[in-house]
Design a protein around this ligand. Structure first.
Ligand code: ADP
Ligand code: MG
Length: 332
């Protein structure tokens, strides 16, 4: 088969891939896309880049990569309570592999279709496999969820289960002890959680206006909750949190691991793309009534900086783990 040119490639794999929206006046094919913004709304914008070998294992399937590279952006929109609208895609490819492109575009299209988000442009270059996606969504300014706004006494919630992606990554890196504790179905489940995360878009939108602060968990609970506590502090003083470790939501697969190990994944491993949010005690009834099946209360915001647990004797103990979240530029 003849190798398609860049233009053929875009036309074949990306031009009519995603839902076609009325607010896209001009999509792929010109120098810019033209987008009609709704009156009274703000546009929420976020970009994420996935680099092969750094953000995903080089052997990750193209379909899953298509899903994941959009899911991480949708998760940012979810964390702000924004409604997905458009995205652009900058694709750097080591070569033209039509089978890879077909699978990648299918994975991307399936998730885009679920959320009504349209691909409106991008860039295609040659180099080591790298995928950048910029997402755009709409929010009501007064209902936007931000990292700042948490207050001492607020309750802390998370969606879904935590630590699954971290456990999957440890399995992929060859953790034999971990593999031995799990059966094939567990390992498959964890792998899916790593490669095909579910961005909590609907939940974020429904929640908008209720939480005092919110973030998506991409770098691990301790690190991302830490961002809320820091952003919500006043006079250069961070807030703190008390976490009830026994309440950390763990999947059936993670519950098969020694509890400390499972909790360590849940606290510090990244890539879960669940939401963490804080809400005032006054909202407890509403959360119980409408959202209880989709989130878990794990602790409380405190005026004392640091993230603590309460030990058997009722004393506050700082939660420490081997690694609090993923940092790109640290050498250790
Ligand atoms: P320019 O040279 O003006 O930047 P390009 O040749 O890069 O334009 O792209 C042509 C059209 O195809 C543009 O509308 C651009 O947004 C779109 N495009 C390029 N690469 C992609 C991609 N990977 N996915 C979606 N659209 C793309
Ligand atoms: Mg270009």
């Amino acid at each position: 088969m003849k190798t398609p040119s860049e233009f053929e490639l875009i036309k074949q794999y990306f031009s009519a891939l995603t839902p076609s929206r009325d607010d896209v006046l001009l999509g792929i094919g010109d120098d810019c896309a033209l987008l009609q913004t709704p009156t009274g709304k703000a546009v929420a914008v976020s970009i994420d880049t996935l680099v092969s070998g750094q953000h995903f294992e080089p052997n990750t399937s193209a379909y899953d990569l298509g899903h994941k590279s959009l899911a991480v952006g949708l998760s940012d929109l979810a964390a702000m309570g924004a409604e997905p609208a458009w995205f652009t895609l900058a694709l750097t490819l080591p070569g033209v592999d039509v089978e890879w492109l077909q699978d990648f575009s299918r994975g991307l299209a399936a998730l885009a279709g679920e959320h009504g988000i349209q691909l409106v442009g991008g860039d295609t270059t040659s180099g080591p496999l790298t995928i950048s996606i910029q997402v755009h969504g709409f929010t009501d300014v007064e209902h936007t969820l931000k990292r700042s706004g948490a207050q001492s006494g607020d309750m802390i919630y998370v969606t879904g289960t935590l630590g699954d992606a971290g456990a999957a990554l440890a399995l992929a890196k060859g953790d034999a002890k971990l593999a031995a504790a799990l059966n094939l179905a567990d390992r498959d489940y964890l792998q899916q959680r790593l490669n095909k995360p579910t961005p909590r878009v609907d939940f974020g939108e429904q929640l908008a206006g209720l939480p005092t602060a919110a973030i998506d968990i991409s770098d691990g609970l301790l690190a991302d909750l830490g961002h809320i506590l820091e952003a919500s502090g006043k006079d250069n003083k961070s807030l703190g949190a008390r976490i009830d470790l026994a309440r950390l939501p763990l999947s059936a697969a993670l519950q098969k691991l020694p509890i400390e190990k499972a909790q360590q994944f849940a606290l510090s491993a990244g890539d879960d793309y669940e939401l963490c949010f804080t809400a005032s005690p006054a909202e407890f009834g509403c959360l119980q009534a409408d959202f209880a099946d989709r989130c878990t209360r794990i602790g409380i915001v405190d005026s004392q900086a640091g993230i603590y647990r309460i030990d058997d004797k009722g004393k506050l103990v700082t939660i420490t783990t081997e690694k609090a979240g993923y940092e790109h530029f640290t050498s250790s």
